[in-house]
Design a protein around this ligand. Structure first.
Ligand code: PA5
Length: 452
């Protein structure tokens, strides 16, 4: 089986000779500290050997719950935010038909994502859309108390019970949450929902290979065994026994840290040439942003969909401040073939492309952009993915996870916490007069009055 291939030559050429190799010791130490559980945040390392330790029985259990929802639902709403939704969405969109949201999917239930915002119109439109649908809900929240998700679940639970009756609703509502703590667990126990546990030692953004990602992906009709197999193979390819020079995650962690610390490259742009990968980049942004952005440090993770964004962000990338580098997700082989037809009149002047595949043009756009951006001073990392299927997406997921763990350690932060996320929540709860936030409510009202 092929592997995803990392090419850092067009990035290391922006660094002093030997710069990437100079990280070898640090990267190897970081990799070992993950393995030995001696790194900061070592109580959140449950993802490290997840792919190789998932049992066939567990996969079968997830598949059987997925089959029940597939049988009983036209639509399944995945309620979750951050790590509790981005991974599932990334995989489902990467593997699914780009137009199933318009045409419906005859074989599989529609998967709809909610609980990731507090848009009133979004929720109104969602509940309207669901009015005549047989729908189910997966309530995903590790803490079980996240406002966006809990609010959405409250609405959807009621609607599901009203439309299907309490007994039938019980069969199509699943909770994925902590084993004991949180409101989502309490509700699931009281209502008798099927539940899956998010292990204590797996943080949200590292949880896509737990039921958090696997259940929605299986409901959408994708092969979760192949996904796990891909991840397990990448686990092997990035183990402590793999030399630095042959370990793609080690090299990725090294080159991005070198670009950041030695070449002033503060922004990494994740680029794709397949619109289906938009949410892969969203997932990656959360993984790296929440893991590395702390203690006044961290590369800012951004993303662009090319060639679309070459007509918007392309100018900035080519000639703006030279503080960026690109990481390109390049898909070697598309799943379908479209040939440009010949046109006798050739009014559009495109006959020079007649008989060529669309992907040939896309690949030339990719190569041309790479050359132009490198000439313009943008280091370029390339990840070549043989094709878009479950197996290679599994490889990609684990590659980014392990590289993130290593990279955060090299940066000198704890990649597994997210203390900064609490600041907005505290203010929001104070402003909404949430019980328990009385002192904060008083303080924030005084501050707003003083600022008025
Ligand atoms: O990575 C993380 O830990 C976060 O992004 C969480 O996934 C997100 O905040 C959602 O939290 P919860 O699953 O507790 O609702």
């Amino acid at each position: 089986m092929k592997k995803i291939i990392l090419d850092i030559t067009k990035a290391s050429s922006f660094l002093k000779e030997g710069a990437v190799e100079s990280y070898k010791q640090q990267v190897n130490d970081a990799r070992r500290s993950l393995e030995e559980g001696t790194c900061p945040g070592n109580d959140f390392l449950g993802w490290l050997h997840l792919p190789s330790s998932v049992t066939p029985e567990f996969i079968n259990e997830i598949q059987s719950v997925a089959d029940t929802l597939r049988e009983k639902c036209e639509v399944v709403v995945v309620a979750g935010i951050g790590g509790s939704y981005l991974g599932a969405r990334a995989v489902i969109e990467a593997l699914g038909n780009s137009f199933s949201w318009l045409t419906g999917d005859k074989k599989n239930p529609m998967i709809v994502f909610a609980g990731n915002n507090i848009g009133e119109d979004y929720l109104y439109e969602l509940t309207e859309y669901l009015k005549d649908k047989k729908f189910g809900v997966i309530n995903i929240s590790k803490s079980g108390t996240t406002t966006e998700t809990a609010l959405t679940f409250r609405l959807l639970k009621k609607q599901c019970e009203t439309q299907r009756g309490k007994d039938e609703a019980r069969d199509v509502i699943v909770a994925i949450t902590d084993a004991v703590k949180g409101a989502a667990r309490a509700a699931a126990t009281k209502e008798g929902y099927k539940t899956f546990v998010i292990p204590d030692n797996v943080g949200g953004r590292f949880s896509v290979l737990t039921p958090v990602g696997l259940l929605p992906i299986a409901i959408a009709g994708f092969d979760i065994k192949a996904l796990i197999q891909g991840a397990a193979d990448m686990e092997n390819a990035t183990g402590t026994d793999v030399p630095f020079e042959e370990n793609p995650a080690a090299l990725y962690a090294a080159v991005r840290n070198a670009l950041y610390a030695q070449a002033g490259k503060k922004i990494e742009i994740m680029v794709n040439y397949q619109p289906k990968l938009h949410f892969m980049s969203e997932w990656w942004k959360q993984l790296y942003g929440e893991s590395e952005g702390k203690d006044g440090k961290g590369i800012f993770p951004a993303s662009c969909d090319f060639t679309t964004d070459l007509h918007s962000m392309g100018q900035w990338i080519q000639q703006g401040e030279r503080s960026i580098f690109e990481t390109v997700l390049s898909i070697e082989k598309t799943n379908h073939e479209v040939l440009f037809p010949n046109d006798e009149e050739n009014l559009d002047g495109l006959n020079f492309l007649a008989g060529k595949r669309v992907d040939e043009v896309n690949k030339m756009a990719e190569l041309g952009t790479r050359l132009a951006h490198v000439d313009g001073g943008v280091p370029n990392i390339r990840l070549s993915v043989p094709e878009l299927n479950e197996y290679y997406i599994g490889q990609l997921i684990y590659f980014f996870e392990i590289a993130c763990g290593i990279s955060g350690n090299v940066l000198g932060v704890n990649p597994f916490n997210q203390p900064g996320v609490e600041a907005y929540k505290k203010n929001m709860f104070a402003l909404l007069n949430k019980p328990g936030y009385e002192a904060e409510s008083k303080a924030i009202q005084e501050r707003l009055a003083a600022e008025a």
